[in-house]
Design a protein around this ligand. Structure first.
Ligand code: MLT
Length: 394
């Protein structure tokens, strides 16, 4: 007898950010006069760059002509965008063929389907970690194992004494939610472990633009990664594309799992599950990678970095322990007064009018923590700082 996927029973009732949204809406409805500031979901607030909107407007005009009309996009992306992304990697000394880059509508979409490439392989995720790796690993029938990311290991777990068995290992650097970023030595350790154990690294680099320029931004800066890693990248947090939707994955021709070339299976999976990303969007993304586009992105990133610095300064004055903000748009804080994540979430919502993300939503090890996003308007950050200081200063 068939039925619904019983693995839903392993998930929480709501996806983390939907649950937060429901609580925010319920609170706002009950307190219409209060001005709530959202530092919860990492959703950008600055408008798209002029270079991007110009390219998209031009693409829209083209689409209104017989010659310039485009139907279904190529399944893995237009060559112009795949080439532009390969060009950006080349500037960091990473050689990728444009055919090894696959365009999608989000790193989340790619992370969600990767588990379908495997059958009954352990999926290893950091705890805390981005909930999509865990939830989609479970839904696809894999055993999900957790690697604790704690203050003791600098929130950057290493393979240590992990057994040498093939597994799918999901790592995000700089990390969501902690903001901690692996250095070259850490990345080399993971690549060496993946090679030795026959494992695959799923390297989520969605926040890499927040790293200092001399830090490694891509797992492919470690040469052997070509054989044992795939990478996810995104325009969401660099070019402000959370609402436009454009991202990419890298599957090299050499990456194997269980002796099988994964790129072949990835092409099969992607062309079956998606019809790609619109021409307008891809022209916008291409423009974001142009010289002018990059200047615009840099200005946005600097703005969010400054937001993060102001929050970080506030937490330092309040004596709250945590990290992040310097290499990532997120700050990861231990809850004040020993509160649980949801207790602290409620306290901040009701006393400060601030929406945050409860750390436990990212895994049990995240209990007792909160994540703050710096993707807000400056005046909101300043107001949040004022309120936090008023309520929590001793
Ligand atoms: C986040 O805030 O972690 C992400 O932007 C939310 C998501 O991708 O679901």
């Amino acid at each position: 007898m068939g039925g619904i996927n019983t693995k839903f029973g392993l998930l929480s009732e709501e996806y983390l950010f939907r649950e937060i949204e429901s609580r925010r809406v319920a609170y706002e409805t009950a307190h219409p006069a209060e001005r709530i500031i959202s530092l919860g979901i990492g959703d950008v607030t600055l408008p798209l760059g002029r270079c991007v909107t110009g390219a998209m407007a031009l693409a829209a005009k083209e689409m209104g002509t017989l010659r310039g009309f485009h139907g279904y996009p190529p399944a893995f992306g237009y060559p112009f965008l795949r080439e532009a992304i390969a060009g950006a990697y080349a500037e960091r000394g990473v050689t990728l063929s444009p055919e090894e880059i696959y365009i999608s509508d989000g790193a989340k979409t790619d992370a969600a389907i990767i588990p379908q490439l495997f059958s009954e392989v352990p999926v290893l995720v950091t705890d805390p970690g981005y909930p999509v790796y865990r939830d989609m690993g479970l839904l696809s029938g894999h055993r999900v194992r957790f690697l604790p990311a704690t203050r003791e290991n600098g929130y950057l777990p290493l393979p240590g004494d992990l057994e040498d068995i093939p597994q799918v290992i999901c790592l995000c650097s700089p990390g969501n939610p902690t903001g901690a970023a692996y250095d070259r030595a850490g990345m080399e350790t993971w690549v060496a472990y993946a090679r030795k154990s026959g494992s695959l690294l799923v390297w989520d680099a969605a926040y890499a633009v927040y790293l200092p320029s001399d830090a490694p931004h891509s797992i492919f800066e470690i040469p052997d990664a070509r054989f044992c890693a795939v990478e996810l990248g995104s325009f969401s947090k660099s070019a402000g594309f959370t609402g436009v939707r454009c991202a990419w994955s890298v599957f090299t021709e050499e990456v194997l799992f269980d002796g099988q070339p994964l790129a072949l299976l990835w092409r099969r999976l992607k062309s079956t599950s998606s019809n790609g990303v619109s021409y307008l969007t891809q022209r916008g993304a291409e423009a974001a990678l142009s010289e002018k586009g990059r200047e615009e992105c840099e200005r946005k990133i600097a703005y969010y970095r400054e937001n993060a610095a102001r929050l970080s300064d506030c937490f330092f004055h309040l004596g709250w322990q945590g990290l992040g903000g310097d290499t990532s748009p997120y700050l990861w804080l231990e809850c004040p007064a020993g509160l649980s994540s949801w207790e602290a979430f409620d306290l901040l919502l009701t006393r400060v009018g601030l929406v945050t993300t409860p750390g436990v939503g990212f895994g049990q090890t995240g209990e007792g923590h909160l994540r703050f996003s710096s993707f807000a308007r400056r005046e909101e950050i300043m107001e949040a700082v004022r309120r936090l200081r008023r309520v929590f200063s001793k």
